[in-house]
Design a protein around this ligand. Structure first.
Ligand code: SF4
Length: 232
């Protein structure tokens, strides 16, 4: 890894963000050539269930719940006919089980009534379904249908700003729009997963493991910390 630091001011314009993305892409590609979601699923329906369950909940917890869920409700039709109590009982160990049980049944009923039982592939259509907001729609569109989207969850939101791939932002949509501006379309799928895995295992919210971080030479947060340390 080159032993120089990008200057933070230098990185403010788009061209320099593009260069930064290029270097980080090479490092991430070496680290994880084929990044994929950790949510267990075998089809679009199962992915949709898992992504709805994963809001404010860890993938690990969701993966403990979904095997029984998929067994009890193997299709969107079986879920559409399920009672709230049946669904709640299976998902009660995840966060917000009340809302999620309602959303899951609502999702299935909407897909059956409006989409002939087939989960749609476009983000706009997905967002018309209960329990599916922009981030969830982006994940389904990207993972299941190969659409070039950038879902922004808490990890992507934090890591993209710390590295300096985007300017300071108040909303996930601002971060999404800025990332789409600087990451090549065909890399969006991988970059989304790289930022998630990096945030989950290295660039953690409370205590980022900067000394172990492969990209610290290119990270605004790290550069700032180093500068502050030297100035003391
Ligand atoms: S250097 Fe630290 S803050 Fe920057 S991306 Fe790596 S872990 Fe995160």
């Amino acid at each position: 890894m080159p032993g120089f630091f990008f200057d933070k001011n230098f990185m403010k314009n788009k061209n320099n963000k593009l260069k930064k993305v290029k270097v980080i892409t090479q490092i991430f590609e070496e680290w994880m050539p084929v990044p994929q979601t950790e949510l267990l699923h075998e089809n679009v329906y199962e992915l949709t269930v898992a992504v709805i369950l994963s809001a404010q909940c860890t993938d690990k917890r969701v993966n403990l719940i979904t095997p029984l869920f998929y067994k009890e409700f193997p299709t969107v039709y079986s879920l559409a006919e399920a009672s709230f109590e049946q669904v709640f009982e299976i998902i009660k160990s995840c966060s917000y089980p009340n809302n999620k049980a309602k959303h899951l049944i609502g999702m299935a009923q909407k897909v059956v009534s409006d989409y002939c039982g087939i989960i749609p592939s476009s983000r706009d259509e997905l967002q018309k379904i209960p329990g599916i907001g922009r981030k969830t729609a982006n994940v389904i569109a990207s993972v299941a249908f190969g659409e070039e989207t950038m879902p922004v969850d808490t990890h992507v939101f934090r890591v993209a700003q710390r590295i300096g791939l985007v300017n300071r932002s108040k909303t996930p949509l601002e971060v999404e729009n800025q990332l789409v501006e600087v990451i090549e379309k065909n890399l969006l799928h991988n970059f989304h997963h790289w930022l998630i895995f990096h945030g989950r295992y290295i660039c953690q919210a409370r205590k980022p493991k900067c000394e172990k971080c492969r990209i610290h030479s290119f990270c605004d947060y790290f550069i700032k910390i180093k500068k502050n340390t030297f100035q003391k």
